[in-house]
Design a protein around this ligand. Structure first.
Ligand SMILES: Cc1cc2nc3c(=O)[nH]c(=O)nc-3n(C[C@H](O)[C@H](O)[C@H](O)COP(=O)(O)O)c2cc1C
Length: 245
């Protein structure tokens, strides 16, 4: 007999399945202050390595700041174009239209809270690399909760990264008053979408799940992945408007 599914699962999945990325918003809409709190309250409860909670969220409300952030990304997209990275780049000026914009800050000093030796040895370097992964996963977990909370409030969301480079850090930190030892990791935009967003392609459950051991029929070779990048990536990021559930 199939197990009963509690209503909480269905309610959660309505939000999880219904989350949509939009890259342009209704700029005239004003997000109530309470909504920012409701969204960040979800982030606050996120899990984190060593329960370090190595995050901080800057709610950006000033139009001038949004404008400058948007301009940076538009310029960065242009730079990538020139570098011939062949990455299908969206129109980042849509960031300026986001009624909700939250800058996600991570504190890499908390890598010290994870298993590291701290003696500068090769072994320490490996542990440190792992500690950085723990930290990034922690911040991503909290950020995902915030995105889901925004979706539950009826907003479309946009997770913007592409800001790891030193140059980006150097431009954003003074703009937002972020202390030097912290890192700007990503930007969360949300609001009523400019156009109804569509459900993007998701892999089937069967493709992403093995039991007990990695099912090698699901293994993708490097060539498979190169092929995916060449033939499919752009479609599933931007153009595939099929409704897939
Ligand atoms: C870690 C992460 C980084 C992302 N970075 C960007 C980004 O820099 N620019 C962008 O336009 N979208 C970015 N996205 C959004 C993805 O393109 C989007 O989630 C994906 O196409 C699937 O669409 P969906 O969110 O509607 O399911 C990012 C998403 C995640 C989770």
């Amino acid at each position: 007999m199939a197990p009963t599914i509690p209503p909480a699962y269905d309610a959660l999945m309505d939000v999880v399945r219904g989350r949509r990325t939009s890259r342009a918003f209704d700029a005239d809409y004003e997000v109530p202050r309470e909504h920012f709190d409701l969204i960040l309250e979800a982030a606050r409860h996120g899990p984190s390595g060593a329960n370090a909670q190595p995050w901080h969220f800057i709610v950006v409300t000033e139009p001038g700041l949004k404008e400058q952030l948007g301009d940076y990304f538009v310029a960065e997209a242009r730079r990538r174009g020139k570098l011939r990275m062949k990455f299908p780049t969206p129109n980042y000026s849509g960031m300026k239209t986001a009624p909700g914009l939250v800058v996600v800050v991570g504190d890499f000093r908390y890598t010290r809270a994870f298993p590291v030796l701290g003696d500068g040895s090769e072994l320490d370097r490996m542990y440190h690399e792992n500690a950085e992964r723990i930290l990034l996963q922690s911040v991503a977990a909290a950020t995902m909760s915030a995105h889901l909370a925004a979706s539950a409030l009826g907003y479309a969301v946009w997770w913007v990264t592409a800001i790891g480079q030193e140059e980006a850090q150097n431009s954003f930190k003074p703009l937002l008053g972020v202390p030097d030892d912290l890192s700007v990791l990503d930007i969360m935009c949300f609001g009523p979408p400019a156009q109804p967003p569509y459900k993007r392609w998701k892999k089937d459950l069967d493709e992403i799940r093995s039991w007990d051991r990695f099912d090698m029929t699901k293994y993708q070779s490097p060539e498979d992945i190169d092929d995916w990048v060449r033939t499919t990536r752009a479609k599933v990021m931007y153009k595939d408007e099929r409704l897939v559930d």
